[in-house]
Ligand binder design. Sequence first.
Ligand code: CP3
Length: 365
Amino acid sequence: MTVLANDTFLRALRREPTSHVPVWLMRQAGRYLPEYAKLRARAGSFMALAKNPELAAEIALQPLARFALDAAILFSDILTIPDAMGLGLSFTEGEGPRFARTTVDERTIAALSAPDLEELRYVFDAVRTTKHALAGRVPLIGFAGSPFTLACYMVEGGASADFANVRTMAFARPDLLDRIVRINAVAVADYLAEQARAGADVLMLFDTWAGMLSPAAYRRFSLAPIGSVLERLPRDVRTIVFAKGVAASLPALVTCGASCIGVDWTVDLGDARRQYGDRVAFQGNLDPLALLANPESIRRAVADMIAAAGEQPGYVFNVGHGLVPSTPPDHVAALVDAVHGARSSRVEATCSERSGTAATVDGRG
Ligand code: CP3
């Protein structure tokens, strides 16, 4: 039984009162930290780091050594699944991910199947090693891409400004896109369940490209498969769905079955919390570019965001998309301190009896 020294993040996901607003940041491990750049240069490639459980654990813990974050996230990538499906992933410096093979036609899509989890054993080993290295300091987040966001990369063969091929497929051959996201949903559910078995406390889905679709297409190709992933996960594990670009579909998104919805900065956090805060927790949603401004502006932005979030339990501070590589680490420190400094005195009374009690992972449901 794992005992967590700081379970504030899990409490917020359960919509219980907390002694401070918990905070972690999407892409908190990685490219903006000089200590990451050093390891990355030594290992030669991103995948060499991700496939080495000891190095992956070391990188996941790097931001925690600098900042008082309330959660750690597994160091890996969403594209491990299509790689294990045989599409041949590589990351080229400055260009992002590339697949050697794409799933664009009838033949390749007919041949597609969920990968053997054995191919992804390095990810589960990284979860176990990271969980061990954390020694119960904070919860560990496991993650995967959403079925649709993975389909974007699989059809396109890499990153794209407009994902024109997948958007065309949604009209020309919706049956083919249905098949890809159906297979991805099975793969993602099995993959996340295995991460939970390996020790992940929370499971998160990244739906970065949700905003590429019309509301109706979003429900069909993204939200429905996300629902089927969530249905297949163990009941006692808390879940987060991050979706970018779908503010207009928030009423549908909050019904997907996740414990928490991660939103980008185009969502009015106050409105979202007032309308849906009694049903789901929210995570977000500061524009990550705010971190390029001076620390005083960052503190103001944090105060405004926490005021907008309101006092109802069930809020996790985060950025509305990943930190950008040019983020100064000092600014991240200013942000984390500002979040922890806010509101803590007001709810302290509510939580004082609980704060000394160590929580067990078994009690997380
Ligand atoms: O700190 C963390 O959040 C944990 C690690 C993590 C990475 N990728 C490491 C990574 C997580 C959670 C991801 C998720 C991810 N990967 C997403 C969803 C979130 C988002 O940012 O939208 C997406 C779309 C990807 C796909 C991906 N991986 C791209 C487009 C790229 C290249 C550009 C980039 O973001 O750096 C990657 C590579 C990648 N994944 C790096 C890291 C640290 C950089 C690789 C390097 O060091 O060269």
